[in-house]
Design a binder for this molecule. Structure first.
Ligand SMILES: Nc1nc2c(ncn2[C@@H]2O[C@H](COP(=O)(O)OP(=O)(O)OP(=O)(O)O)[C@@H](O)[C@H]2O)c(=O)[nH]1
Ligand SMILES: [Mg+2]
Length: 333
């Protein structure tokens, strides 16, 4: 079994050596994706025995995670462990986080941190992001970077992740849910004391940045819910106000211009929202069909068994008319 631990890094020379050395005890290979570090992260990681891929410029944590997925996909990794390079995660907990994948039918294991040891302001931010991420179900800790993925999760997620920033943690969960992957959670420890806080980002603006990316991500995936439904509500309010204007007119012969204007504004904005929501839903479905078709093409050229596709993908394929006459060795392996 090919197990890879991968660490997205930006200026982690102080901690990365220990993290790599400890992680090597539990996996076959350690990959460090350096994202334009200006310190000696690359040399330290290499000397500790990690394979290093360097972006050459700072793309963001999400960009590094996408590079990791590409590497894992191309190198037929069976289990991928993601962890941070600043020493907050304990690599000796890797066996716990991969256990559900090895022993149960699980595709994504999310490490969850103990709320009580987390600084107060982080707890609030974490709760907001957890609720937003968990819109279609609950997650205990949506922002933890310590997680493990099965081969099926790697293969099906490698080409669907988009974000370059820290919203990648939520995006991965949303993608896993969409792909009908089995998700489990495992407790992990997380150090806040004694970790070099070289982070230049303010945790509050950082949290808002992630929330902003997350809202756009969900709006993009669920345009009917986020644009169409509010549009529908506006249309209903507009109609109600219009009826009210006519009632007042019929009883008092007074025609309220402001009320009519307001009603028209609600109707126009609502109609635009409803129309946009429907149009964007059709577009996002088409994009999804193309994505699935691309996945199938890739799988067919790499002979990936059909069972590596989620049942949702298979159903969408059958219903989409994108019928493919390639046969996958469904029961093979
Ligand atoms: N590739 C890449 N990795 C990054 C970037 N920023 C942070 N990281 C890495 O992502 C991991 C988590 O980053 P942190 O800054 O510690 O984020 P955090 O743990 O959510 O926040 P703190 O609690 O402040 O430590 C570490 O391994 C970082 O080196 C970046 O711009 N690019
Ligand atoms: Mg950290």
């Amino acid at each position: 079994m090919n197990i890879l631990a991968a660490i997205p890094c930006f200026n982690e020379e102080a901690a990365i050596g220990t993290v790599v050395l400890k992680a090597r005890k539990h996996v076959d290979n350690v990959l460090v994706v350096d994202d334009g570090s200006t310190d000696s992260t690359v040399e330290v990681a290499r000397n500790a025995g990690a394979e290093v891929i360097s972006h050459g410029a700072n793309v963001g944590k999400g960009g590094a995670v996408k590079t990791i997925f590409k590497y894992a996909f191309e190198n037929d990794v069976d289990i991928l462990v993601l962890l941070d390079g600043d020493g907050q995660h304990n690599p000796d907990e890797i066996p716990n986080i991969i256990k559900p994948i090895k022993e149960e039918y699980t595709d994504l294991v999310l490490g969850f941190r103990d709320f009580s040891v987390m600084p107060f302001y982080r707890r609030i931010g974490r709760a907001v992001l957890d609720i937003t991420t968990g819109i279609s179900g609950t997650v205990t800790d949506s922002q933890s970077g310590f997680r493990a993925l099965s081969r099926k999760a790697i293969q099906s997620m490698a080409h669907v992740l988009n974000g370059n920033d820290f919203s990648i943690e939520s995006e991965m969960i949303l993608a896993a849910k969409e792909l009908n992957l089995a998700i489990k959670e495992a407790p992990i420890s997380c150090r806040y004391e004694g970790v070099s806080n070289k982070s230049t980002k303010n945790p509050v603006s950082h949290g808002f940045g992630v929330l902003n990316s997350l809202i756009w991500l969900i709006a993009e995936k669920r345009p009917l819910l986020f644009i169409g439904v509010p549009g529908f509500v506006f249309v209903v309010i507009g109609i109600f106000m219009g009826i009210r204007t006519l009632q007042i007119y019929s009883h008092t012969s007074y025609f309220s211009v402001p009320f009519t204007l307001l009603s028209s504004i609600f109707l126009i904005i609502g109609a635009i929202g409803l129309f946009m929501g429907l149009t964007l839903t059709v577009i996002s479905r088409l994009v999804e069909k193309i994505r699935i078709e691309n996945e199938v093409n890739r799988a067919s050229s790499r002979k990936i068994p059909m069972r590596h596709f989620s049942s949702m993908d298979r159903t969408s394929l059958q219903g989409s008319g994108l019928v493919f006459n390639r046969t996958f060795d469904t029961d093979a392996e």
